[in-house]
Each structure stands twice: as structure tokens, then as C-alpha cells.
Design a protein. Structure first.
Length: 446
């Protein structure tokens, strides 16, 4: 039975964790002097039925209604290679390519999604790079990663139990959450460190070797740009430059960051069939400065520029324990940040988020559930004179079950309930919003 539980746990992990996020080491072990090229992939499809506080949209021409029943899916590719020198040094490249989101259509353009910009121009793009990094190192000395990849804050995150259901949860990276109205459902909260605000940027990551259960990681990100992002018209310094330390464009401030560092330490104890993981660390990043005029800031309604933004400073601690197929965990994060690891205006409250959850694997079956609670400043701006509430309160529940047909195929049913509350928030006319959804789907990964 123990062997069956371990095999099934490995299968669900393979199905629901992105290849480029799961391991610091090579994805596939190789012999010295050889190279293995791989093209892994991922396909998920589901039908969902949801209800929301905001099921209608009012426009100048009338009212549009949302259909509560919808279908959704996602396709990803994981190209790369793993190699080893004759002296035993591991190296390789891993990438993650996804299908893009687009405006609604009727199957036109042969399936090529069309995007319309604010200026009215349109373009087509079907695939994009989400992660792409190289690595080099040895298990006994540690590894170095470089490229568009997860940092220490995500790689050693413990207590966020998400290997059940669609595997996406509230991260809006495909899966059930993407079908929900964004003004009613909880957004990219600080709960998840493995989200694009942190991993879709160029960085250097150093991962220590393991010693008596202890390991650590450190990463440095000079700016918040990804591969080839911010260099298209970089012949002169401008608001499109990647390496700006200041900007005269109000919308850049509080959104673009510089000199982000994060560090994590982890301890793993395995004994008598039980595995305990404990980790903790912090993340820090500085906002770029505003060097434009006060008139420009006022015209752009960027009133937070009057006082400026606090640096991004978030602390986290997590713990989880696994025994006989049961995993329980908890994680807490706190500090100076908004949802999606955005900068908060000076004078606004600090954030506090936590998650508790677990999953249980028995034979081909997996059941799991978690609850998160997030308290942040939301859209509260201390420089405004309105009556906006000081706190955006968000919480959500997920319960799901999977049937593992094989290591490459999982069927799932998933229920999600989310709530948001902040009076004066423009996205919440009534001050409150809630959403719930049930989804049936399948995940295939090779």
C-alpha cells in the first residue's frame, strides 16, 4: 500500500506542477557526457458552472449578461534539455510556452486569437514564453539558475497545498479561476509566491546544497522585466527602457520595480515514513522614482504620487507534514504589499495573508481542500478625500477531488467560493462581491 501511495503521489505531482517550477535540479537525470532533449506538454480542459454578484454588465447600449455555463482549457509546452559533463556538472535549459488569452470570438482567423489595443490597432499572437531559464551545478555544491524563472520566495515556499483539482487555484494562470468575473473573485493575492508578478522577470537564483536537512536559496532581480522586455527601443533612455530607475510616466510608478532580492531557508526532516518541511524568508524590492511634474500626476489621477510608495517588503513562514498519503500545511505572509506583489501607497495598511489546507492520496484517488484569508489596503489611497474603507478583505475556499487514471491523465471535480469586501472600491459598487463555481475537467501531461 505504501508503494501505491507513493506512486500515486508522484503521479499527481507530475500532472499538476509545471515542469519549470517543480525542480531546481535537472528534470531528467542523465549520464556523464550525454544530453537529453525533451518536449513535454500539458493540456487541460473543463466545463464550469458559476454564479457571481456581477453577472451582468451595463453599457451605453444596454445590458449584457454572462452565461453561467462555460468551457475553458489551456495548452502548454515545456521544451528544454538536461546534460552532464564528464566531470559530473549538470547543466541545461528549461522553458514554458503557453497559449495566449484574447478577446471573445466566434472561431474566426483559423483559431488565431486577435488582440485589440487601446489605440484600436489589432495583432495576433498564439504562443508566448512564460518561463525560460538555464541552470548549472551539482547536487553536492548547489545550483545556479539564470533567466525568466521562479525565485527563492517561490521555490522554497511551504504550506501552500495546491496539488489537487486543476492545480491552478486562485492564480488566474489557466484553470477554473480564469472563467470568473475578476471584480467579484479574489485576485492574485500574496498567498501564492508562484505567480507571474514574481517569476516572469529576469533574475539570478542561487540554490544551496542540502546539508543535514537544511538548504537555502537567494535570488536577485535588477528590474521587473522579462526576456527581451524593455529593450525594443532602448537606443535612448525612455519610459520603455528596461533599466529605468525613475520615470516621468505616472502609470509606471507603483508598478515597475528595481533591485528585488529574496532569500529563503528550509529544513526537511524525514523519519518513520513522515516528512516535515519548514521554511521562512523575505522578499524586498524598491519602486522606481517619479521625476515628472505634479500637474502630470494630477491629470493622470495618480494621487498616490503625492506621498509616494513604500518599498516591497514581504515576510513568509510555512510548514507542512506528510504521512501515509496525508499532507497538511499552513503558510503566512505579511508586510508592505498589495495583491500581485504590487507596491502600496505610503500611509496605507500592511498586508496579512494566510492559507491552511491539505490533501489525501489513496490509491488512484486524491481529495484536497484549502482556505485562504487576505487583508490588504486594496485600492485605499491615503491622499484621497473619499470614504474608501482602509482594508480590502478577501477569502476563498477550494475543495476538489481527482481520479488518477494514469501518470499522464487525471480527471477532476472542483468547487471554489470566493468573497471580496471593501466599501468605496470602484470595482465593488456595493462594497461586497462573491462568486462560486463548480467545474469538471481533465488534465493530461507528458
Amino acid at each position: 500500500m505504501n508503494k501505491l501511495l507513493l506512486a500515486t503521489a508522484a503521479s499527481i505531482g507530475t500532472l499538476l506542477i509545471a515542469t519549470s517550477n517543480a525542480n531546481a535540479q535537472p528534470v531528467k537525470p542523465v549520464a556523464p557526457g550525454t544530453i537529453i532533449v525533451h518536449l513535454n506538454g500539458y493540456l487541460q480542459f473543463e466545463f464550469a458552472d458559476f454564479g457571481s454578484t456581477y453577472n451582468t454588465v451595463s453599457t451605453t447600449s444596454g445590458t449584457s449578461k454572462l452565461n453561467p455555463v462555460t468551457a475553458n482549457g489551456e495548452f502548454r509546452l515545456y521544451p528544454g534539455f538536461d546534460a552532464k559533463t564528464m566531470s559530473g556538472i549538470d547543466y541545461g535549459v528549461q522553458a514554458e510556452i503557453r497559449t495566449g488569452f484574447s478577446d471573445a470570438g466566434v472561431g474566426q482567423n483559423g483559431g488565431k486569437p486577435t488582440y485589440t489595443s487601446s489605440t484600436g490597432t489589432s495583432s495576433q499572437d498564439t504562443l508566448y514564453v512564460r518561463r525560460a531559464y538555464g541552470y548549472v551545478g551539482m547536487p553536492e555544491y548547489g545550483y545556479v539558475r539564470f533567466g525568466q524563472t521562479d525565485g527563492a520566495f517561490a521555490l522554497l515556499q511551504n504550506g501552500i497545498i495546491e496539488n489537487f483539482g486543476d492545480g491552478g487555484q486562485w492564480k488566474y494562470e489557466g484553470g477554473t479561476s480564469t472563467v470568473l468575473p475578476s471584480n467579484a473573485a479574489p485576485q492574485l493575492t500574496l498567498t501564492y509566491a508562484d505567480q507571474p508578478a514574481l517569476y516572469a522577470t529576469d533574475k539570478l537564483v542561487i540554490l544551496s546544497p542540502k546539508y543535514k536537512g537544511f538548504s537555502g536559496a537567494f535570488s536577485y532581480e535588477p528590474n521587473s522585466n522579462g526576456l527581451n522586455e524593455g529593450y525594443l527601443n532602448n537606443t535612448v533612455a525612455s519610459s520603455t527602457s528596461a533599466a529605468e530607475s525613475s520615470s516621468s510616466v505616472p502609470s509606471d510608478i507603483g508598478r515597475r520595480r528595481k533591485n528585488t532580492i529574496d532569500g529563503m531557508a528550509q529544513y526537511v526532516l524525514a523519519m518513520h515514513g513522515m516528512t516535515v518541511k519548514l521554511s521562512g524568508g523575505m522578499l524586498y524590492g524598491a519602486p522606481i522614482a517619479y521625476d515628472g511634474t505634479a500637474a502630470a500626476a494630477t491629470a493622470a489621477k495618480a494621487t498616490a504620487l503625492v506621498n509616494g510608495y513604500d518599498s516591497l517588503e514581504v515576510y513568509q513562514g510555512g510548514a507542512q507534514v506528510t504521512y501515509a498519503g496525508l499532507t497538511l500545511g499552513a503558510n503566512i505572509k505579511a508586510g508592505q504589499a498589495l495583491d500581485a506583489y504590487a507596491f502600496k501607497p505610503k500611509g496605507a495598511r500592511d498586508a496579512l495573508v494566510y492559507m491552511v489546507g491539505g490533501d489525501y492520496v489513496r490509491g488512484p484517488y486524491v481529495i484536497g481542500a484549502n482556505y485562504f484569508n487576505s487583508q490588504t489596503a486594496g485600492t485605499y489611497d491615503p491622499t484621497k478625500t473619499g470614504k474608501e474603507a482602509r482594508t480590502l478583505s478577501e477569502y476563498g475556499i477550494i475543495a476538489a477531488g481527482n481520479y488518477i487514471i494514469g501518470k499522464d491523465l487525471s480527471l477532476f471535480v472542483q468547487y471554489m467560493y470566493g468573497h471580496r469586501h471593501q466599501y468605496g472600491n470602484a470595482a465593488l459598487p456595493s462594497g461586497n462581491a462573491q462568486v462560486q463555481v463548480i467545474a469538471l475537467g481533465a488534465t493530461m501531461k507528458w
